[in-house]
Write a protein that binds this ligand. Structure first.
Ligand code: WT7
Length: 648
């Protein structure tokens, strides 16, 4: 094996870090040997209305899988993110908002945050009749009101479910319907990269599909929107008269905080449910330790609140820690490809957290757009969402971090609530592309994929599972606990398995090798191939579709679709364009097919099962590795598909 270069943190960094190597080892051992003692102590970082005495109560092996943390504790998440900081931080900036327009930004102090969240909580309760346990869908731009809405829901015990503003009205309707939402909070429009997405018009279309709920509309651009009497309410009008005092509802630690829909390998997206105590503790603790956040630092995560990264690492983790968190409305390439670095300079960002796909896209423009800016405030760089290739890692390290900022490559999932495997910047010598070590309380195992046996010793390669629970773990699939058990706990009995492969190297460090199921990762966004397939077959001219991922230079993976048309339909280029637009309409632009190949025949076994392995290899342009095709009903379709492969 070629020698892998490691990057230890500087002595200075280690000296100031919350966690060094010795402390990591001590704390990790304590977290595994005595979870109750360890987590009871860690829970002290939150403010509880009732201190928990029962810490961990979990069984992965139970047929119903039961996961409870801090089950007799009571707290309120918004009080933890706001109220408890007011004595010491009322005038400190909680949120720096950087608009899509580079000329506009604003600072929101903890006191202002408190006023806005209290007012909105009163509006939800008193004007819109929302109460504890009700579901509220957020379909919003990246504006402070999105954070206010999350925290206002948390304050009164309503469960928010954020739908990324890039999703189509159809996808929004399915999610509003899926959780029977009592309210949708949106804005007139969402400006991004100089273009405005008509959010309110999309909500109107969605509600025409799934039936009416109340709508609360924030004015962002001032665009003219349709307001339906009795159904739609103007945010600014209701906020004008609301009181700034709304007592925080005491919540049980296991009461739901939010639902977030995510794609799986089969069926429609699942509503991942996170609860209050364990989730917040996990988000706060990982935010502090993984980014080595110190008081006074300015921290920026470039994600959107529509994804879990935005939940845990723009809003809940940082605010629970009393941090200053930057919220960016725009895109990395507007008005030009230097935007990220301009924002880092402008706000003196200390910790910067983004996705490999963004790094690869910016890397393609060379070092000049980075070097124009003063990035000397940067201390830690983070990546998330997909495996990072060493070229991108090295560019991030050299060009952005000038070789002085540890890079934390954080592996986690919507389901895990927060970071699971990552280096800690003051404790570990990083390796380009490795997620390195488990966070406290995380017990990873590598299983042999077919036998399900644990592989002991190093190196090891197989599927990544968790042997025990951690506080930030999802508790159920909203409304479908059987699906939760089936999806995550039935392939490998007694373990949590969420679909990634991994390798543990000679040093015991972990490398994520990518999904081993039919989930693909497009620009760090998770997409179920089954979802794209069902969008395609919903088109009247399509009889069958098979969708696979293929390597894509910028996006990590692209979406490759094999499509069979109904008898008598004509295979034309116009129809390809129509299908591409159709998928965008059904799901959203993030699901845009990168390649559509006409497939009058698909490789199927004699029992009719599509051999996706073969389709994957063809899309990857890797014919040498097609494997055994003799079990196919008609092996000749393979040659046909190869001959007509779409060049990408
Ligand atoms: C899937 C989870 C976690 C927030 C963003 C995505 C992949 C995530 C890494 C990483 C390699 C990664 C995995 C995982 N993934 N982070 N650092 N290295 N792969 O959340 O949409 O729930 O997707 O993203 O495949 O299972 P998500």
């Amino acid at each position: 094996m070629t020698e892998i270069k490691t990057y230890p943190p500087s002595a200075d960094f280690v000296k100031n870090a919350h966690i060094d190597a010795t402390k990591y080892n001590e704390m990790y051992a304590a977290s595994i040997n005595d979870p109750d003692g360890f987590w009871a102590k860690q829970a002290e970082r939150l403010t509880w209305a009732k201190t928990p005495t029962k810490i961990k109560n979990v069984s992965f092996a139970h047929p119903d899988v039961s996961i409870k943390w801090f089950e007799d504790g009571e707290l309120n998440v918004s009080a933890n993110c706001i109220d408890r900081h007011l004595d010491t931080r009322a005038d400190q900036t909680a949120i720096i908002w950087e608009s899509d327009d580079p000329g506009i930004s604003k600072h929101i102090t903890y006191l202002e945050l408190s006023e806005q969240v209290n007012k909105l909580a009163n509006v939800l309760k008193n004007d819109l009749g929302i109460s504890k346990g009700d579901r509220v869908v957020l379909y919003m731009p990246m504006i402070p009101e999105a954070a206010y809405a999350m925290l206002a829901c948390a304050r009164i015990g309503a469960i928010h479910s954020i739908v990324f503003a890039g999703f189509s009205p159809e996808a929004l309707a399915a999610r509003v319907d899926g959780c029977a939402a009592a309210l949708v909070i949106t804005a007139d429009e969402a400006p991004r990269g100089g273009r405005n997405t008509p959010l309110k018009a999309n909500v109107d279309k969605a509600l025409a599909i799934c039936g009416d709920t109340q709508v609360l509309v924030v004015e962002r651009t001032g665009a003219d929107v349709n307001m339906q009497d009795g159904r739609d309410h103007a945010y600014h009008t209701l906020m004008a008269h609301a009181s700034t005092d709304c007592p925080a509802e005491p919540m049980n630690a296991e009461d739901a905080l939010f639902i977030l829909y995510t794609s799986g390998s089969t069926g429609a997206p699942k509503g991942v449910l996170h609860t209050s105590g364990g989730y917040l503790l996990w988000a706060a603790m990982t935010h502090e330790y993984v980014f080595d956040y110190h008081d006074g630092d300015v921290y920026w995560c470039t994600a959107d609140v529509g994804w879990v990264t935005g939940h845990s690492y723009i809003v809940y983790g940082p605010l629970a820690n009393g941090a200053t968190t930057l919220m960016f409305e725009g895109v990395p390439t507007y008005p030009d490809v230097g935007r990220f670095w301009a924002v880092c300079e402008k706000h003196k960002v200390n910790q910067f957290y983004t996705a490999p796909t963004a790094i690869r896209a910016l890397m393609a423009h060379g070092p000049e757009p980075v070097e124009k800016y003063d990035l000397s405030a940067l201390k830690v760089l983070g990546t998330v969402g997909e495996p990072i290739n060493p070229e991108a890692w090295n560019w991030y390290n050299d060009v952005v971090g000038k070789g002085t900022c540890p890079i934390v490559d954080t592996w986690w999932q919507t389901e895990t609530g927060g970071h699971m495997m990552t280096p800690l910047p003051g404790a570990h010598a990083t390796k380009p592309g490795a997620a390195m070590k488990p966070f406290f309380g995380v017990l990873p195992v590598v299983l042999e994929p077919t036998s399900g046996e644990e592989i002991h010793g190093n190196p090891a390669e197989g599927v990544l599972c968790m042997k025990d629970s951690w506080p930030g773990q999802m508790r159920t699939v909203y409304g479908d606990h059987d699906r939760f058990v089936k999806t995550y706990f039935s392939d490998y009995k007694g373990y949590y398995f969420a679909g990634d492969g991994c390798r543990r190297d000679e040093d015991g460090d972990y490398w994520i090798t990518g999904r081993v199921d039919d989930v693909i990762n497009v620009s760090g966004h998770r997409m179920g191939t089954a979802e794209v397939e069902s969008a395609l077959v919903a088109h009247p001219k399509v009889s069958e579709a098979a969708v696979v991922g293929f390597p894509h230079d910028i996006k990590g993976q692209g979406i490759y679709c094999y499509v069979t048309l109904m008898e008598g339909e004509e295979y034309t280029d116009e129809l390809k364009t129509e299908l591409r637009n159709w998928v965008r309409k059904e799901i959203g632009p993030i699901a845009s097919p990168d390649a559509i190949q006409w497939a009058p025949g698909l490789p199927k076994t004699r029992s009719g099962k599509i051999m996706r392995r073969i389709l994957r290899k063809i899309a990857e342009n890797d014919y040498g590795a097609l494997g055994d095709t003799s079990t196919l009903a008609d092996p000749s379709v393979v040659d046909d598909l190869i001959a007509n492969r779409v060049q990408k």
